[in-house]
Each structure stands twice: as C-alpha cells, then as structure tokens.
Design a protein around this ligand. Structure first.
Ligand code: GLY
Length: 369
C-alpha cells in the first residue's frame, strides 16, 4: 500500500495543481466537483464544509512544498474569516471550518492573526455549550436541544484552544460533551446515533433522530466515521482510555461493514437497492483507523484502512486534469439529494488526501496542536 499511497498522493498533487487555480480565479470556495467547481448549495461561505478546501491545500503544500498551495489556503481562509460577520449562520461546525484554515495556518507558519481567528472560533464554539451537558449543534429555534455525533470532530478546536492559552475551560467543555456522547450516542453494538435531542433545560435525553441516515436506529456510515475518528481524537487530545475504548468499539462496528470492494454504503442498515455509496465515510474512517493502529499497534486497523483506500484508488478516483474533484461517489445524506449524491464533494477529497498523507508520513495532523 505504501507505494500506491505515494503514487496516489503524487497524482493528487498534479491534479490539484491543474484544477485548483479555477477556484482561485473566481475567488470561490469549492464544495462540489464536476466540469467546474461549484460552491456550497446552502449558506454561501458559511456552509460547514468551508474549511476543507484550505485544509486540503495545506495537506497538498505539506506533501509537495509547492507554495502555490499555501497561497491558495490563505486566499480561502480570508473568505472564511469574513464569515465571522454573519454570526447567525455559523454553528458548531466552526471546528471544521476554522481548525483546518486558521488553525492549520498558525500551526504551519506561526501566523499571529490566524491564531487570534482560531481562538475567536473556539470562543464561538464555547458559546454554544449548554450547561445541561452538551454543545448545541444548529440554530433553528426548534432545535435548541439537538446535539450530533459530527461534533466530536469539532471538539479538537476546544482542546487546541486550551493547549494554546493554558485555560482549561475549553477542554473541560469538550470533555463534558464527550461524556454525554458516550452515554447517549454509543449503542451496545458499537454503532452511534446521528442526532440526539435533549431537554435544553434539564439535559434529559428526549429521543434520537435519523438525521442523514436512512431511519431512526440505523447506522449512517459517515456518522460512524465521525464517531470512530472523533473518539480517537478525543483519546489523542486527553490520553483518557475510555475514549480509546469507545473508538475501538465504533471501529470494530465499521470494519465489520466494509464491503469487499472497499467502497462504503451510505447507511450500514440501508436496503440492498438502490445502491447508495458514500466514499467520504470510507476516507474519514481510514484516517481514524490509521491513527488507531498507531495508538494500539493492532494490525487489523491498518489492514482495514488499506482495504478502504485500495478500493477508493481502484474504483473511485477521477485523475483527469479536465474535471474538478478527485474522489467520486460521495453522498451527503441518505434521504436528501440536494447536497449531492454519487458526486465529488470537497471533504471526500480532504479525508482521502489526509489518509494518504498519514501513510506517506506527511500529515501535519491538523486536528491536534
Ligand atoms: N456534518 C454534516 C455531515 O457530515 O454531512
């Protein structure tokens, strides 16, 4: 796998060298690929995926040391920091957005304004904490009690902020949210719910919602990947073994559902037809599995990550320099087609390239200080 990962990264760098300038030329933030780059379908540059483009540019910069990618990451970061002014459109995904942009720039260049902007984002995330025990996901007035599994990835911004400032409040809030997630999202079979609704006054669990999966009680594969990688990052950030145990449980569940061709069903409980694939889930899970292998030395995790990545390289990479987007057959949600079905979506490319970078030992580990 090491050779094919090295070759795939080289080809990714070349593809992006040819196609990323189209985004720069129109000063936009790509969300979806195809004949040309398309912006996010909702909320403009406030849409939760905005950080993946600059994150991808930093990964490609680390892999190639081509400074064009650094300049492109900074161009995109400027679009994102302008979104602080929209405020009401931002939500708990400020972690994804600003850790992979400002946080990455500070980590890799020491830029002081990027540090300030990432701390600003961490403070916005702190402002979403409900002392009843969870971080509120979204802003709709009827969703005051909603928390979602995806938030585990955003918590890295809080751990980062505590490390940077020496102020334990950020990490304390992250741990409270993590412990709520352990209690109320992780199921006995190792799968995780997407959305849990809490009473915003008492913190009592009200119900689980299907969210982007096929139904209540199902196992939306990207949610499983968020849980797998998110609990792994929680262990990396805290050293607490209970999060490693949780990560292993979710990983074992995910690995048991990996298809023989290495592609990933959108929901592990979906009906056999129609076939609905979400390769973002596989790419993100591969990142978590490689980290789990590093932490535990359990070869099964690396083998599973390689099955996923081999499958993606063999069946689902568009290497053409005439089309935008690399990883194909990405699907935003099981039931709602508006954000993309079986197409290239920017965070699929991000996690695919991050996984390759881990195998090639160029990953700057943007989720950690
Ligand atoms: N964070 C939303 C998603 O994974 O689509």
């Amino acid at each position: 796998m090491r050779n094919s990962a090295c070759d795939a990264m080289q080809r990714a760098v070349e593809k992006y060298r040819a196609t990323a300038p189209f985004a720069a030329k129109s000063n936009m933030l790509p969300y979806r690929g195809g004949d040309k780059w398309l912006s996010a379908p909702f909320d403009g540059n406030s849409w939760w995926t905005g950080g993946f483009w600059p994150g991808l540019m930093w990964q490609l910069w680390e892999a190639s040391k081509d400074d064009w990618f650094m300049g492109e990451a900074i161009r995109a970061e400027d679009l994102l920091t302008a979104e602080f002014r929209t405020f009401e459109r931002l939500n708990h995904d400020v972690g994804f957005m600003y850790l992979l942009s400002c946080g990455a720039r500070y980590k890799l260049t020491g830029d002081r304004q990027a540090r300030v902007d990432a701390l600003h984002a961490a403070s916005l995330l702190m402002g979403r904490f409900n002392p009843a025990g969870f971080i509120r996901a979204w802003n709709e007035p009827d969703r005051t009690g909603y928390a979602i599994i995806d938030c585990l990835m955003n918590l890295s911004l809080l751990f980062w902020a505590s490390d940077i400032t020496g102020d334990p409040r950020f990490a304390r809030v992250a741990r409270i949210h993590l412990d709520t997630t352990l209690r109320h999202f992780l199921r006995p079979d190792g799968s995780v719910c997407h959305i849990v609704e809490f009473d915003p006054n008492t913190g009592a669990r009200v119900r689980a919602h299907a969210g982007q999966g096929c139904g209540p009680g199902s196992a939306w594969s990207r949610g499983q990947a968020w849980g797998l990688y998110g609990f792994t990052l929680a262990h990396i950030n805290t050293g607490d073994v209970k999060y490693l145990d949780a990560a292993r449980r979710v990983a074992d569940f995910f690995v048991a559902h990996i298809r023989s061709d290495g592609l990933t069903d959108c929901d592990f409980a979906q009906p056999a037809t129609p076939e609905r694939i979400d390769n973002i889930a596989g790419a993100c899970a591969a990142c978590g599995l490689i980290e789990l292998h590093r932490l535990t030395d359990d070869a099964a995790y690396l083998a599973a990550a390689e099955t996923l990545l081999d499958g993606l390289i063999e069946h689902c990479c568009d290497w053409s320099k005439d089309t935008c987007g690399l990883l194909t057959r990405c699907t935003a949600s099981y039931r709602d087609d508006a954000a993309g079905v079986h197409t290239s979506i920017v965070y699929g490319d991000y996690f695919f390239v991050e996984a390759l970078a881990k195998l090639n030992r160029t990953d700057p580990m943007l989720w950690r200080r």
